[in-house]
Design a protein around this ligand. Structure first.
Ligand SMILES: NC(=O)c1ccc[n+]([C@@H]2O[C@H](COP(=O)([O-])OP(=O)(O)OC[C@H]3O[C@@H](n4cnc5c(N)ncnc54)[C@H](OP(=O)(O)O)[C@@H]3O)[C@@H](O)[C@H]2O)c1
Length: 282
């Protein structure tokens, strides 16, 4: 069951990608969880959640290996996102790190390769390295993660920096800071935002609007929170779920459309920002 065109976002190049994918942080780290994590990722792909987010950091490379083991036979259906540490953030460093990720992922290309966060990297070198990887066919798109508006301004002042495809950021109903200036900055440049921790790492507050709406709709508060993120324009989301029931619920959240009254109820509890808030990071 593929996601319909209503459930895609468009990269600046015009390529449509799924609005709902799967995260893999904390996967691949425990031998006794491996079987269920593989089953969860496979079920997600079966349900059309073919965008998979991983990183060299996750499990020190073990998450990328898990993705290969779980989904290697379905590579051509996938849109694989991986991330490079800022301490590998130089022209040569990103190329070497990418080669290591490709080996662990058992593939010849990464669809979207991101700088994981800002941390002492050589940003010009990173852009040059990413562009070289693109020319070599090792990555198809590149982007950044945890970049606030001032970081993006700096990136766009660099030669080639405006080829950035997305910014992967902490964004969910309880963390609405990006709505003030970061999401508009991205929208203006037709760059979709990739929302990580869309159910706030399972720490959403209990009670209140989410549970009220959930009870009325016969769904869970997590599904309401995820549906809210997915309803934002040009935002795509990568919930992580190692539990099969959670995977199925997350897929169902894509079809849950919140009404104007429900959205207003959510705004009452989770107020949209009225001033600049620095971008939070998990
Ligand atoms: N770029 C960055 O700096 C950055 C930072 C954080 C995360 N990320 C990426 O974003 C992905 C998602 O973020 P996240 O893992 O922090 O948090 P998340 O997806 O908001 O939450 C994951 C937690 O919520 C639970 N969960 C998921 N769906 C659920 C449902 N329908 N009902 C009940 N519980 C549910 C999961 O449980 P089970 O696993 O037991 O199903 C897990 O404990 C990560 O895996 C990673 O790929 C990127």
């Amino acid at each position: 069951m593929a996601q319909s065109s209503a459930s895609t976002v468009t990269l600046p190049t015009g390529e449509a990608i799924p609005k709902l994918g799967q995260g893999t942080w904390e996967m691949g780290e425990r031998a006794n969880a491996r079987k269920s994590e593989i089953a969860a990722l496979r079920e997600g792909v079966e349900l059309g959640m073919t965008l998979i987010d991983t990183a060299e950091m996750y499990g020190d490379g073990e998450s990328e290996k898990l993705v290969a083991e779980a989904l290697g036979d379905r590579r051509d259906e996938l849109f694989i996102v991986s991330k490079v540490y800022p301490h590998n953030g130089s022209e040569r460093g990103v190329q070497a790190a990418c080669e290591r990720s490709l080996k662990r992922l058992k593939t010849d290309r990464i669809d979207l390769y991101l700088l994981h966060w800002r941390g002492g990297e050589d940003l010009e070198g990173v852009v040059a390295g990413f562009e070289k990887l693109k020319r070599d066919g090792k990555i198809r798109h590149w982007g950044v993660s945890n970049f606030d508006t001032d970081d993006l301004d700096e990136l766009f002042s660099i030669d080639g920096g405006d080829a950035c495809a997305t910014d992967q950021i902490l964004y969910n109903v309880a963390r609405r800071g990006p709505e003030f200036d970061l999401l508009p900055w991205l929208l203006e440049r037709r760059m979709p935002a990739m929302a990580y921790s869309p159910v706030d790492h399972a720490r959403l507050p209990r009670g209140g609007a989410l549970e009220k709406i959930a009870a009325a709709r016969g769904v869970s508060a997590f599904q309401v929170a995820l549906a809210w993120v997915l309803q934002q324009p040009q935002v795509f989301a990568i919930p992580k779920a190692a539990d099969l029931a959670h995977v199925r619920e997350n897929r169902a959240a894509l079809d849950l459309h919140l009404s104007a009254d429900e959205l207003a109820d959510i705004d009452q509890q989770f107020k949209p920002p009225k001033s600049k808030r620095s971008l939070e990071m998990l």
